[in-house]
Design a protein around this ligand. Structure first.
Ligand code: NI
Length: 139
């Protein structure tokens, strides 16, 4: 394979055994693929350390639609940040609870702030920002 470098890794046998068990459980094709995945994830997470870097992620929110003004507050925040919030999926989970998944794109520092505001809105039961990458510059 062009552009591929082989290298050896020294690792404690117990740690390698645990790693092999984990990748077998996950169904990852090989140790090499598992290590490539770990490296890529580390590179993506390091992109998020630089607040000016272009980043992509998703914000997941679970909230009760019975909480007074909450849906309106969340909607207002999303309109205020329409440049960063690319798309929104709303699921009525049951008679009381809503799930929203927002695709967010922009400078990582701005994205984190927007996610914190949404997740920190009073009445949001659970929220999480999943940080990923535009894919650009990642082999
Ligand atoms: Ni709903």
């Amino acid at each position: 394979m062009a552009g591929v470098t082989r290298f050896g890794i020294s690792i404690e046998s117990g740690l390698l055994k645990d790693f092999d068990k984990l990748i077998a459980k996950k169904g990852v094709a090989s140790r090499s693929e598992a290590i490539r995945d770990l490296i890529r994830d580390d590179l993506v997470q390091s992109q998020w350390q630089d607040t000016g870097e272009e980043a992509v992620g998703t914000v997941t929110l679970v909230y009760s639609h019975h909480v007074h003004d909450l849906a309106e507050k969340l909607d207002h925040l999303q309109h205020e940040h329409h440049n960063e919030i690319v798309s929104t999926l709303h699921v009525h989970l049951d008679a009381h609870n809503c799930l929203e998944v927002l695709v967010v794109r922009g400078k990582s520092g701005d994205i984190k702030q927007i996610a914190d505001m949404l997740i920190g809105t009073k009445g949001v039961k659970h929220g999480k920002l999943i940080t990923t990458t535009t894919g650009e510059g990642l082999s």
